[in-house]
Design a protein around this ligand. Structure first.
Ligand SMILES: [Zn+2]
Length: 295
């Protein structure tokens, strides 16, 4: 959600589409480090969260960060930038920061994974006060030398992190599908979750990103599209959204939209219409279980 006007204004935008969860950048996502945290905005954040009933909020780290980079300068810069992300998220009392594992840019998977884990271990050592803000490594579509497109690789990363309590995983439906995991239909979904259980354990999954995929299965294309308008299709989300094992695990949209947020409202309505038990929906969306509006 946009943070125009201040990070706290994302809460108002989320509430305007009846969402009770939100994901934000805690600063301009095209800059390495932001200005000092705005205490007034943090105060507004806490009061608005309460007032608007936003039960879950997380941040997404800047796309510039590459903690797997073999280039010393970029790696050091990424280290400082990610530390800044953690401090910011902690200031807003966010439980999770979503982080792309990064790209090895030619150094090889093993080298990239070792580099990333070393970075996280150093950052954890430097930020003991932020221990309650957990880094969630996101599954990736696997474009180029990007790490984290298999569950096995995500596990390999986690295994090299010294303080496991400070890391988790974010599963993005578009990325997983483009990476080659077919989670469509009951059988496909069951198979995928069995693999998640086997490689990571369900408790490691802290966040779901619900995005439809422009790219076909295994295409490695990271292009999010509106729910129901992509290769996953509306039905592709049904087993996931009705799986009670994810109760309490945040599900967030990262679908294309403009300032009107019309698309957010539409995508939420589509997904909510799939939910079999309306009491599981955010209060403002319980009556949205009407036939979804056409795409
Ligand atoms: Zn995502």
């Amino acid at each position: 959600m946009s943070i125009a006007g201040g990070v706290s204004y994302a809460l108002d935008r989320a509430a305007s589409v009846q969402s009770n969860a939100v994901q934000v950048f805690t600063k301009n996502n095209r800059q390495w480090c932001g200005p000092p945290v705005d205490a007034a905005d943090v105060a507004r954040w806490h009061s608005q969260r309460q007032a608007l009933g936003i039960v879950y909020a997380a941040s997404h780290a800047s796309y510039l960060i590459n903690l797997a980079s073999p280039q010393e300068e970029l790696w050091q810069r990424s280290l400082i930038a990610y530390q800044d992300e953690l401090v910011r998220a902690h200031a807003y009392a966010l439980p999770h920061v979503v982080l792309h594992p990064g790209a090895h840019t030619g150094a090889g998977d093993a080298a990239g994974i070792a580099r990333l884990a070393r970075a996280l271990n150093q950052i954890h050592e430097q930020t003991p006060a932020c221990a309650d803000t957990v880094t969630c490594l996101e599954i990736m579509a696997g474009q180029g030398s990007v790490l984290g497109s298999t569950l096995a690789q995500l596990r390999a990363i986690l295994e090299q992190v010294d303080d496991r309590r400070r890391v988790g995983v974010c599963l993005d439906t578009c990325h997983a599908f483009a990476a080659g995991y077919d989670l469509r239909g009951a059988a496909g979904y069951t198979r995928f979750i069995q693999e998640v259980e086997q490689w990571l354990g369900l408790e490691t999954i802290k966040i779901w990103h619900l995005n439809d995929s422009k790219g076909t299965l295994g295409s490695h294309l990271d292009r999010h599209v509106q729910i129901g308008a992509g290769e996953l299709g509306l039905e592709g989300f049904r087993p996931l959204i009705n799986d009670l094992r994810w109760e309490g695990v945040a599900m967030l949209l990262e679908t294309p939209k403009d300032a009107t947020l019309v698309d957010d409202a539409l995508n939420l309505a589509q997904l909510c219409a799939l939910v079999e038990e309306p009491s599981r929906l955010p209060p403002g969306l319980r009556n949205a279980v009407a036939p979804p509006i056409g795409q």
